[in-house]
Design a protein. Structure first.
Length: 70
């Protein structure tokens, strides 16, 4: 059975320009319930090459970029 989390996206297929639109904390879950522990951050990126479709990329650890203004 195919698991969506096992898919790998070729970065070249996303286009050359990517726009960061949001940064949100990613929380730890235990027994199906969210805890207050932040395990990483989800970066929401808009893709101009794909009619500004958005993808979320989760990266564990500390926050690497600030949320854009405006």
């Amino acid at each position: 059975m195919l698991n969506i989390r096992d898919l790998r996206i070729d970065p070249a297929s996303l286009g050359t320009k990517k726009l960061l639109v949001d940064v949100a904390p990613a929380y730890e879950y235990k027994d199906g319930k969210r805890t207050d522990t932040v395990t990483g951050y989800r970066y929401i990126v808009a893709l101009p090459a794909h009619s500004l479709e958005k993808i979320g990329v989760r990266i564990d650890g500390k926050q690497l970029m600030e949320k854009p203004e405006g």
